[in-house]
Write a protein that binds this ligand. Structure first.
Ligand SMILES: Nc1nc2c(ncn2[C@@H]2O[C@H](COP(=O)(O)OP(=O)(O)OP(=O)(O)O)[C@@H](O)[C@H]2O)c(=O)[nH]1
Length: 415
């Protein structure tokens, strides 16, 4: 028996398995990744999960091992599987899939990848998004970035990668706030994190807020309910929405674990200041990696034609791909306005767009959120408005578009 729709020749003969959610943990050296992982693997939610770490020796999970297998995977006493990144991440992720497919692994509900402290997280995310097979079997659930309250600001000053780690996070975990210097430096750090990433909920590790319940299921799809939570995933309200007039809501509900601090509402650090990061209110003046980061959202009531969306994304990716740290969106297509298209990209690599059967709530606007590095909001906004606003919706070849709404090179089509 073969699937008749959309199934490449090499794919499973049986029903395509549900994609496995993938969580990426980043954070600079000593930020507390291993401490967090130790707590996470003990959580019942991680029982059928696997964690991938850089080197076992150094990370101190050894006491949890119960058995090593010949494929390099070890079983932890909690039931969670563990594997080091040997060779590359692709091999490691394929090893898990082989284990599942040949039943050597009973159940795999999630994979958590701990990246090295120095890493720019983009290549890890792209590894999965750009791989034609892995992208069918895994889906990115979320990026968790740990920031140490004692050294966080100094690290952000010194290392651009640390700034990128914060900017692309879906969840920010702040550690070491229990230490006096950590507590003292927290308000300034939170202000800075808010400016870099207004949408990610900030969780205080020392208060026990960083748990499986708050960290996992950060993606579009809730693994338990199988429902797409577009509002939480996009968190578009958390970004400044300038430019277009059709953003009447002015919600202030970003983040479910908000910790109020004085810079609240100052997100992006770039209000009315799009060409250069003015960062009014910030005192730091050394090495401002932060000033290169922009986060903003575009929203429009207009339906967008598939052709113009494709042109917009193609232009943006080909000219400025490396500057797009992350982009998420939901689009009302002119040709098929009732089934929104979900977009997700990291630099020039885009996840195959997903189609939802219906809008999840009353907000049917196209909304795109961007986190960019050295790419001005104004430029992106003008490009979007120019391309999608100027062209009338295409209508002639509706069937072709409905069948294949986004034939963007590098996209493998809607699922
Ligand atoms: N006081 C305090 N110490 C913490 C906290 N989180 C982590 N630590 C300590 O900070 C040190 C570094 O933590 P790790 O979990 O090893 O950090 P890591 O990010 O895995 O470090 P690398 O593997 O070097 O990248 C350890 O001594 C931890 O016990 C915290 O919230 N409060």
């Amino acid at each position: 028996m073969t699937d008749d729709e959309n199934t490449p020749a090499m794919a499973e003969p049986r029903k395509r398995p549900e994609p496995i959610p993938l969580t990426v943990i980043t954070g600079f050296l000593g930020a507390g990744k291993t401490t967090l992982l130790n707590a996470l693997v003990a959580d019942p939610a991680m029982k059928d999960a696997a964690v991938v770490i850089n080197e076992f020796g150094e990370v101190g999970l050894d006491h949890l091992f119960v058995a090593a297998r010949d494929d390099g995977i070890v079983e932890l006493s909690s039931g969670c599987l563990c594997c080091t990144i040997r060779g590359d991440l692709v091999n490691t992720l394929e090893t898990f899939l082989r284990g599942v497919d040949n039943k050597r692994i009973d159940k795999l509900t999630r994979v958590v990848i701990e990246t090295t402290g120095l890493a720019d997280p983009a290549p890890v995310l792209q590894t999965v998004m750009a791989h034609p097979y892995l992208v069918m079997r895994y889906r990115l659930d979320g990026v968790i970035t740990l920031v140490d309250a004692v050294n966080g600001s100094a690290t952000l000053d010194a290392h651009k990668e640390a700034v990128k780690q914060v900017a692309v996070a879906d969840r920010l975990v702040i550690t070491k706030t229990d230490l006096p210097e950590g507590a003292e430096r927290l308000p300034a750090l939170v202000a800075r994190l808010t400016a870099l990433n207004p949408a990610a909920p900030r969780l205080m590790a020392a208060k026990g807020e960083a748990t499986a319940a708050t960290l996992l299921n950060a993606g579009l799809w809730n693994a338990d309910t199988k429902i797409a939570d577009v509002r939480a995933w996009l968190a578009a309200e958390a970004y400044e929405t300038g430019g277009e007039a059709d953003h009447p809501h002015g919600h202030d509900d970003h983040g479910h674990h908000e910790h109020e601090h004085h810079e609240h509402g100052h997100h992006g650090g770039e209000h009315g200041d799009r060409a250069h990061g003015g960062h009014h209110g910030h005192r730091h003046d050394v090495n401002r990696h932060d000033d290169h980061i922009r986060s903003f959202s575009l929203a429009t009531d207009r339906a967008v034609s598939a052709g113009s969306l494709e042109m917009f994304l193609d232009l943006l990716r080909s000219a400025h791909g490396p500057r797009i740290l992350r982009m998420k969106g939901i689009v009302r297509l002119a040709e098929d306005p009732d089934r929104p298209l979900v977009l997700h990209g990291v630099q020039e690599v885009f996840h195959p767009p997903a189609r939802l059967d219906a809008w999840p709530d009353a907000d049917h606007r196209t909304r795109l959120v961007f986190i960019t590095n050295d790419l001005a909001e104004d430029f992106v906004r003008k490009l979007f408005d120019g391309i999608t606003g100027a062209l009338a919706p295409d209508t002639p070849d509706k069937a072709a578009i409905t069948d294949n709404p986004l034939a963007i090179s590098g996209f493998s089509g809607p699922r």
